[in-house]
Design a binder for this molecule. Structure first.
Ligand SMILES: NC(=O)C1=CN([C@@H]2O[C@H](COP(=O)(O)OP(=O)(O)OC[C@H]3O[C@@H](n4cnc5c(N)ncnc54)[C@H](OP(=O)(O)O)[C@@H]3O)[C@@H](O)[C@H]2O)[C@@H](O)CC1
Ligand SMILES: Nc1ncnc2c1ncn2[C@@H]1O[C@H](COP(=O)(O)OP(=O)(O)O)[C@@H](O)[C@H]1O
Ligand SMILES: [K+]
Length: 496
């Protein structure tokens, strides 16, 4: 089981293409399924201990993985049962079922087990699961020699097959019931019911403890709301080489200061204040706690820290060529003064982090015309206002916005997506929901400003800022406020 940090993320079509490329070299689908099922079995065995396991198998290759896993688990000495939704519809799944020597129960009547493994549907699910399953046989399954491969009642030891009682079975209901009754619920590749690429639920699945992604991570594992249902995510290697421009965010390499460091070499951040002074203060504090050597706040500011260098806003103060990044937007306001400050900031030729109100005062063409490195940090409302609404998935939207503006786009939320104009994407794994409190976005802007001023390239700076922010939130526990979060950036940085 491989941890997900830094791993490539593939769509369903890209994963199929990667599998096809391996198959073109002479490896069979059955071999790939065997590898997948074997890896699943070993992972489940380790997690289940001596507890009994129930594997739910669907009609496609996800179900095929389930049959292989059942066979290998039995060979490993586990107590394992199999319940099927319907007969297999692929040759590989049929062959896998034929290899399972035990009985096959009808999903409609299967009794729960302490460990539930969902191998009903994977990347092939393209439409909602009906409350009732059209595939559930209400007559006994086909006999040997049927077109779909080995018939279920020809499988050695499968006399227990019983057709669904009333001819109909609610797949979703059964999945929920059996999962809720289990103490450990594991989804194979993805929880059945979720769409692989969009982050949406076609049908709402239960919440799993663990999802074992096969061969590569998919958007479903990181985009909300889908990611909520996956629980912990681990990757299983099935020997399919994969690459992608989309990767899971990983911890950054941030060197501590060396003996030749001084405050300016560590990076000078300018934060421009506006009508809501506290927001700029938070961004400034975050920049300091994320490791900037010098932070100056231009405009009105109230409280500590004393290390923050305050100055009146002026073109002269902005012209300081030691400034490595300017942060503008938190608490800026949208009045005439805000517009004047924004115009001056854009004209100052420093790398920019544009957040909050700055995003409300700009349009994509004006951002595109900028010649300095730019990082945009919109939440969903700011994103819609700047780029318009769309039904596209969050990765596509962030990528399009980056290509349109030439800027790095940090599309925030519980599933932050960072996109570069060249198509590279970094996906942040689920951060603390306690981040949903005022001012945490200001903290993020400051942290990213510190990374940009330290000399990281814009994508790396945005990624490092988001990582530090997520780690600071994790370390802050419940009910923190943005001030606590800014302070916790220090220990997040120390953890590297
Ligand atoms: N390819 C490979 O080499 C490898 C693939 N691997 C594994 O394969 C998985 C993908 O397999 P898959 O493509 O067979 O799709 P899967 O997710 O099992 O389901 C498709 C089936 O469900 C049916 N169906 C769809 N919607 C439905 C609905 N609402 N209600 C009812 N039925 C519905 C659909 O029917 P159809 O749409 O054709 O009518 C079709 O029969 C992947 O996640 C991984 O686990 C690994 O073994 C490694 C090697
Ligand atoms: N439920 C959540 N789970 C994880 N992160 C969240 C959640 N809600 C918000 N966030 C994060 O918290 C921050 C909120 O930013 P923003 O909405 O700009 O707040 P503010 O404007 O008050 O500073 C973003 O970094 C966002 O990604
Ligand atoms: K599944």
């Amino acid at each position: 089981m491989i941890r997900i940090e830094g791993q490539p993320v593939l769509t369903a079509a890209e994963m199929r293409a990667a599998e096809d490329a391996v198959i073109a070299t002479g490896v069979t689908v059955d071999t790939l399924m065997d590898r997948a099922g074997t890896a699943i079995a070993h992972a489940v065995r380790r997690l289940a201990g001596s507890n009994a396991i129930l594997i739910l198998c669907g009609p496609g290759n996800n179900g095929g993985d389930g049959y292989v896993a059942a066979r290998v688990l039995a060979e490993l000495g586990a107590t394992v049962r199999v319940a099927a939704l319907s007969e297999p519809r692929t040759d590989a799944a049929s062959a896998a079922r034929a290899g399972w020597p035990g009985p096959i129960e009808a999903l409609a009547e299967a009794k729960p087990a302490p460990v539930l493994v969902d191998a009903l549907f994977g990347t092939g699910l393209t439409r909602p699961l009906n409350g009732t399953s059209p595939q559930t046989p209400n007559t006994p399954p086909a006999k040997a020699g049927a077109q779909l491969g080995t018939a279920i009642d020809d499988v050695p030891g499968s006399p227990n097959w019983t057709p669904a009682s009333a001819g109909e079975v609610s797949v979703v209901e059964r999945l929920h019931t059996l999962t809720t009754a289990a103490t450990l619920a594991i989804a194979i590749d993805l929880p059945s019911g979720l769409a692989t690429d969009s982050g949406h639920a076609l049908t709402t699945p239960p919440v799993f403890h663990l999802t074992l992604a096969l061969g590569a991570l998919k958007p479903v594992h990181l985009l909300q709301p889908a990611a909520r249902y996956c629980g912990e995510i681990r990757l299983l290697d099935i020997g399919v080489p994969v690459t992608s421009q989309i990767e899971v965010l990983k911890s950054p390499h941030l060197a501590p200061p060396g003996p030749d460091a001084h405050k300016y070499t560590r990076g000078m951040v300018g934060v421009i204040a506006g009508t809501m002074a506290g927001a700029a203060d938070l961004a400034a504090l975050a920049a300091m706690r994320a490791g900037a050597g010098y932070v100056t706040l231009l405009g009105d500011s109230a409280g500590p820290p004393h290390a923050l260098v305050r100055a009146a806003f002026s073109d002269h103060a902005l012209a300081n060529d030691r400034i490595g990044a300017l942060v503008i937007g938190p608490g800026l306001g949208r009045d005439d003064t805000a517009r004047v400050r924004l115009d001056a900031a854009l004209a100052a030729s420093h790398p920019l982090v544009l957040d909050g109100d700055a995003l409300r005062l700009l349009d994509p063409d004006r951002i595109r015309a900028l010649t300095v490195p730019v990082i945009l940090t919109p939440h969903a409302g700011e994103f819609d206002a700047l780029f318009g609404r769309s039904a596209d998935d969050k990765i596509t939207r962030a990528r399009d916005a980056a290509a349109r503006t030439g800027a790095i786009v940090v599309f925030k939320g519980a599933d932050t997506v960072i996109a570069a104009p060249d198509g590279r994407v970094r996906l942040a794994p689920g951060a603390s929901d306690w981040l949903s409190t005022a001012g945490t976005g200001d903290v993020l802007a400051g942290a990213i400003g510190a990374m940009l001023a330290a000399g990281l390239d814009p994508l790396a700076a945005a990624a490092a800022g988001v990582w530090l922010h997520g780690e600071a939130a994790r370390r802050s526990g419940p009910a923190f406020i943005a001030d606590d979060l800014a302070d916790a950036l220090r220990s997040a940085r120390a953890s590297l």
